[in-house]
Design a binder for this molecule. Structure first.
Ligand code: BDR
Ligand code: CA
Length: 347
């Protein structure tokens, strides 16, 4: 094993434009040892998620990581996907070469449980989609929260507007019952092992701009310069010489058009999931505050709302460290440097 790869990770995603950049960030980070990637239905269906993951891995010559399917629907409610946000295949306008490798024969829950049992206390779990697979794994192995080193989740919203309904964030609203199972199960941990929650309150500050995409293209040595502009006809495609840059740019353009069309901060793209990936590798990137988190399941207009008891009014111990601040430009500096270098290396 490569001695530099010091942070073993299990990653569960619903790829997804920002999940795509999260995977690129992890592949580009020498300290990350990706043990397996599991697929949850969310942005698009789980099989498409798996195809996207395999395609990104192959594009980056990172082909030997297991990609496993889990549940194809939430634990209790029907599946809803969001192609209008992430494009028909979940990767915006990008058209990645079809992967040659196949989905694993193992179930996502088996991947998580066996890895965690074989390296107790070592593995960081990262979930950037609905919590369906993790909830199912916990049902099969209730010790899972204790077997992981740390869990980092992109999900939820606290003192901020929701992005799915007025008080709900997408990942939690797709499978609120799974989220409740996970938050309850992680209530048993000591403070230093509490899950880190990257909620919309902070991830909506991680706004990728056309200048960031151009800088990433330059870091990769891609020509001509990436120049995403509000004035371009929708769906304009990148002519970048570097395949990783070209596909990422085509994906991000779709996300920027979506943010602009749905009044989400203009011609930018909120990079929720890559931020969570960066925090999983380096928690010092985030300032956190402990709280007890629970998930509303019964509300007629608030089902899926994540509620934080900041002041201990419920009399229950904190079960989450919620990210309350970060330096977005430091995150983008790392992303441009790392993903730019990866793209330059693999062509
Ligand atoms: C989350 O929802 C998805 O659409 C994104 O990939 C991200 O994980 C943000 O609410
Ligand atoms: Ca996601």
């Amino acid at each position: 094993m490569d001695n530099h790869r010091t942070i073993p990770l299990l990653v569960d995603v619903d790829t997804g434009i920002d999940d795509s950049l999260a995977l690129l960030y992890l592949m580009a980070s020498p300290e990350a040892e990706i043990l397996g990637i599991t697929c949850t239905a969310g942005n698009v269906n789980a099989r498409q998620v798996a195809t996207n993951n395999l395609a990104w891995l192959e594009l980056c010559d990172y082909a030997d990581v297991e990609v496993a399917l889990g549940a194809e629907v939430p634990v209790l409610q029907p599946l809803v996907t969001t192609e209008e946000t992430h494009g028909p295949q979940g990767i915006g306008y990008a058209e990645l070469p079809a992967p040659t490798r196949r989905i694993s024969d193992r179930h996502a829950t088996q991947v998580w449980i066996e890895a965690a049992r074989s390296r107790p206390g070592e593995i960081t779990g990262l979930v950037t989609g609905p919590l369906t697979n993790l909830a199912l794994a916990i049902k099969l192995e209730p010790e899972l929260p204790l077997l992981l080193n740390r869990l980092v989740v992109m999900g939820g919203v606290f003192n901020h507007a929701g992005n799915t309904r007025p008080t709900t964030e997408w990942n939690i609203s797709v499978d609120p019952d799974a989220a409740k199972i996970v938050f309850d199960a992680f209530s048993v941990l000591p403070p230093e092992r509490r899950p880190v929650i990257c909620a919309l309150d902070v991830t909506e500050r991680i706004a990728m701009t056309p200048a960031h995409v151009a800088a990433l293209g330059r870091a990769a040595g891609s020509t001509p310069e990436e120049s995403l502009s509000l004035d371009d006809p929708p769906g304009t495609r990148s002519r970048g010489s570097n395949a990783v840059v070209r596909h990422l740019s085509d994906a991000v353009r779709f996300y920027m058009e979506f943010h602009r069309a749905y009044d989400q901060g203009g011609y930018v793209a909120h990079m929720h999931d890559p931020f969570a990936a960066a925090v999983a590798l380096d928690p010092s990137l985030a300032t956190t505050r402990p709280a007890t988190v629970d998930v509303e399941l019964a509300g007629t207009i608030t089902r899926g709302q994540t509620v934080a008891d900041w002041l201990g009014m419920w009399g229950r111990p904190a079960n989450a460290d919620i990210v309350v601040d970060t330096d977005p430009e430091e995150f983008f500096r790392r992303t441009i440097e790392r993903v730019g270098a990866l793209a330059r290396r693999v062509g």
